[in-house]
Design a protein around this ligand. Structure first.
Ligand code: ADP
Length: 415
């Protein structure tokens, strides 16, 4: 089957077409046929398109909204210029898989989208006001343009974490807040943590129940997940993706009283404070320069910039704290696994995080952790390290495509 995977952000659209099916999943032989990114979706969009094996094509086009972005993608897919393997008409797209950020407590696995599912995703808008509306626009747009005959599946960022026990997901605030408003930890990046755990299991050649690892997703958004006996036991993001690790522009953990304090001192309201914590904090906030780790590392190295160094140090220190906390919570783990743009590509950041963890049994192998492993799968600790470390590039789109096929064919998810 050819699956169109859509990931709609507030002003962007990422897509991939993946050829997959139950037998291809079994043989790990599913293939990406094409991919693309449309940025500044409302306005003069910047568009990057690529047919697998061909050079990237960049162009701009005026786009009104997500629907017109999807329309643009569909036209490109079937245009004679693109020549995507096995795709000649829209009839060759057999299903659509959507990344949906917040599934609330309702969705513990991927589901076939119908009117009721759409209503329930709409109900979760209040939990993810930045993300779910954009995801929904993708769903409405694809339904309208491809017709309801093409099955669509929602794959939730929160679903993997539905196994967390109350001790992980409840906050120590009045219980009524949970009962009345479902205020609790949901966790995000679940598709990434799940994919990485699945690849780890394959590399280690063990059963799912034997997977005891800490996965650390470091991208623009960052989160850690304690995976015990193959299930999410705890994760660092909370009710929203704000909690936990330091991120590109998000603060991660702060003392909640800071909000009230800033409100008084700066004379600004909750909405502005939320913007500060979501959009002006993290690496950007500390460095005052950029949210981009690659640029910060360059500033630190080339200009010896103090605040760039501080931002990276605070970032790495927070990850280290979570590793320690999760090891204690899990009663030990076999490995930690790095993923996401920073985790996959920055040997320097991985080294700074692991530095000083030798006492807990983690010995990094400098050569294995070097440039060679960047963007690839591999072990980066020494052979006899008691706690091992790995780099495993994430592939959320592949998991979304696979879940789409399994959901349509009613085959329970396995990883
Ligand atoms: P998103 O969360 O938006 O998917 P990514 O996973 O692509 O983002 O991660 C983006 C982050 O990865 C940026 O901070 C970028 O600087 C960082 N990154 C990418 N390549 C490197 C690299 N070679 N060294 C350090 N950081 C990198």
């Amino acid at each position: 089957m050819n699956i169109l995977v859509l990931n709609c952000g507030s002003s962007s659209l990422k897509f991939q077409i993946i050829e997959t099916d139950l037998d291809l999943i079994e043989q790990n032989a599913d293939k990406r046929l094409a991919s693309g990114l449309l940025e500044r979706v409302v306005g003069n969009a910047l568009i990057t398109l690529q047919v697998e094996g061909q050079p990237k094509v960049r162009e701009t086009a005026p786009l009104r909204d997500h629907r017109s972005a999807i329309d643009f993608v569909l036209r490109w897919i079937i245009s004679p210029n693109s020549k995507i393997n096995n795709i000649k008409s829209l009839g060759d797209i057999h299903a659509v898989g959507h990344r949906v950020v917040h599934g609330g407590e309702k969705f513990t696995k991927s589901v076939l989208i119908d009117d009721q599912v759409i209503e329930q995703i709409e109900d979760n808008i209040e939990l993810a006001p930045l993300h779910n509306p954009a995801n929904l626009k993708g769903i409405y747009g694809a339904r309208e343009l491809l017709g309801t005959g093409v099955p669509q599946v929602a794959v939730f960022d929160t679903a993997f974490h539905s196994t967390m026990p109350e001790t992980s997901y409840l906050y120590a605030i009045p219980y009524q807040m949970y009962r009345r408003h479902r205020v609790r930890r949901y966790g995000f990046h679940g598709t990434s943590h799940r994919y990485v755990a699945y690849r780890y299991r394959q590399l280690a050649n063990i059963e799912r129940e034997q997977v005891n690892i800490i996965t650390i997703h470091l991208g623009n958004g960052c989160s850690a997940c304690a995976i015990k006996n193959g299930e999410s036991l705890d994760t660092s993001m909370g009710l929203t993706p704000m909690e936990g690790l330091v991120m590109g522009t998000r603060s991660g953990d702060v003392d909640p009283s800071i909000l009230e304090f800033i409100h008084h001192k700066e004379g600004i309201g909750m909405r502005d404070i939320d913007t500060i914590l979501n959009k002006q904090s993290g690496l950007l906030g500390i460095s005052g320069l950029t949210n981009d780790m690659r640029e910060l590392l360059a500033e630190e190295q080339e200009k010896n910039d103090r605040r760039a160094r501080l931002a990276i140090d605070i970032f790495c220190n927070r990850v280290k704290k979570y590793i320690g906390a999760y090891l204690a919570e899990m009663g030990g783990a076999d490995s930690i696994v790095f993923t996401g743009g920073i985790g996959e590509n920055s040997a320097a950041v991985r080294e700074r995080i692991c530095n000083g963890l030798e006492w807990m049994g983690l010995s990094l192998d400098k050569e294995r952790n070097g440039e060679k492993v960047n963007g690839r799968e591999g072990e980066i600790s020494v052979d006899n390290s008691r706690l091992k470390a790995f780099v495993i590039p994430t592939n959320e789109e592949l998991l979304i495509a696979r879940d789409t096929v399994r959901t349509i064919k009613n085959v329970p998810r396995r990883w």
